[in-house]
Design a protein around this ligand. Structure first.
Ligand code: UD1
Ligand code: UDP
Length: 374
């Protein structure tokens, strides 16, 4: 049989986590020649995920530079991905989410008339600068995507509002849930040496922050709130896997470096991060993926942003939007720590899996098979 080549593009950690189950599902169909193009927008943080899912990139453009600019990432991915598509002549290209890799690789496919499938299509904050530049990336990709794989009904509705053809839209669930289910089954105890410093059974909160629009003053506000929380609760531990970005690390280290009860560490591999989410009292994060995962496991997450493109996490999940203001973040965290009813209340409000049933990748693979082979 004539196998259709499908190229799955990944650039950063979350794209790899959420595209890995799609790569696995497409390979299981056994009718595609599935290729993985890594742009290398992330280096170590991407390799960590690919290792865990046992996925080898067919090509890695290795573009990452320290403190890279958006212009640089866009230009390098556009030309590098374009050359790879010229070489491999795919029948379809899949991109995920809203990074600069997503947009630039999608654009390179569009320029060649190759149909683009957008995994996690239709998320909107309706504010072009929040998150920045992700809202613009996802809006632009949905303008040229041939398939919009929407994770939720709301995301599908957003695509319709913007004029995507009905036949192009499908509601699949979010592939992060597929990745999460795969991972929960994989490891019961953490393996990272950093987590060995955490006393058995010690209460801890898990923290991540990296967003571009938070660099500088907003991240300073977030870190000051973290120190307020630690000051108020000497029994509490804090696990802070730091993004590799030096602009982020400098600020976090300035506020939390050398403090007792704080584990400042490199990014955890995915199964250890999942363990940490599950075992924490609650999470503070500005991450998109973490909002979805926390909702799926019903773990409260204080969302360190002013707006979210994942309103389902707040309406039907475990998310509480607290922004980047020091006082507001600390007050919300102290409520969870001190009001015994607060966490059970959030858990009660969570609907079952607002982001999907763990079969999103399978649905995407079936839709592609139907479209490309019938
Ligand atoms: C990128 C995405 C963002 C996504 C995030 C996931 C864009 C513009 N931003 O943001 O949407 O939420 O990834 O984490 O696409 N670095 C390393 N090693 C790594 C990875 C990064 O050293 O493995 C450092 C480098 O100095 C790099 C910097 O982090 O220049 C920033 O990386 P970049 O991909 O530009 O931005 P992120 O903040 O990671
Ligand atoms: N994650 C991880 N190790 C860490 C921190 C996060 O594996 O130390 C995972 C997390 O479970 C989620 C994803 O990385 O699936 C989120 O990535 P990130 O916050 O970098 O990007 P975003 O989701 O905000 O785009």
């Amino acid at each position: 049989m004539d196998r259709k080549t499908v190229v799955c593009v990944i650039g950063t950690r979350p794209e790899a986590i959420k595209m890995a189950p799609v790569v696995i599902a497409l390979r299981e169909q056994d009718v595609f020649d599935v290729k993985v193009l890594a742009t290398g927008q992330h280096a170590a943080m991407l390799d960590q995920v690919l290792d865990f899912f046992k996925i080898a990139a067919d090509r890695n453009l290795h573009i990452m530079k320290e403190r890279q600019t958006l212009d640089y990432i866009t230009a390098s991915v556009l030309t590098g991905a374009g050359e790879y598509f010229d070489e491999t002549r795919p029948s379809a290209v899949l991109v995920h989410g809203d990074t600069t890799t997503t947009f630039a690789a999608g654009l390179a496919a569009f320029y060649r008339g190759v149909p683009v499938g957008h995994v996690e299509a239709g998320l909107r904050s309706w504010n072009m600068r929040l998150p920045f530049p992700e809202e613009m990336n996802r809006v632009l990709v949905d303008k040229f995507a041939a398939w919009g794989f929407a994770p939720t009904q709301l995301a599908a509705e957003n695509l319709r509002k913007e004029g995507m053809a009905e036949r192009a839209i499908s509601v699949t669930g979010n592939t992060v849930i597929d990745a999460l289910f795969y991972t929960v089954a994989a490891r019961a105890k953490p393996e990272s040496p950093e987590l060995a410093a955490l006393p058995d059974g010690a209460p801890f909160v898990l923290v991540t922050a990296h967003r571009r629009e938070s660099w500088g003053a907003p991240l300073e506000g977030i870190c000051s709130a973290l120190t307020d929380i630690l000051d108020a609760h000497p029994e509490l531990w804090m696990v802070v896997p730091m993004h590799k970005n030096p602009a982020v690390r400098e600020i976090i280290r300035k506020h939390l470096g050398g403090r007792g009860n704080v584990i400042l560490c490199d990014p955890l591999d995915y199964p250890d991060f999942v363990w940490a989410m599950n075992s924490s009292k609650f999470i503070l994060s500005d991450s998109g993926g973490v909002q979805e995962e926390a909702s799926a496991i019903k773990k409260p997450v204080l969302i360190l942003r002013d707006v979210t493109e994942r309103p389902e996490a707040v309406e039907h999940g475990s998310g509480v939007l607290v922004g980047v203001d020091r006082g507001r973040i600390a007050a919300a965290a102290l409520k969870l720590l001190e009001d015994e009813a607060a966490i059970p209340e959030i858990e009660r409000r969570c609907a079952a899996q607002p982001f999907g049933d763990g079969k999103a990748s399978q649905k995407i693979a079936e839709i592609l098979k139907e479209s490309l082979l019938s």
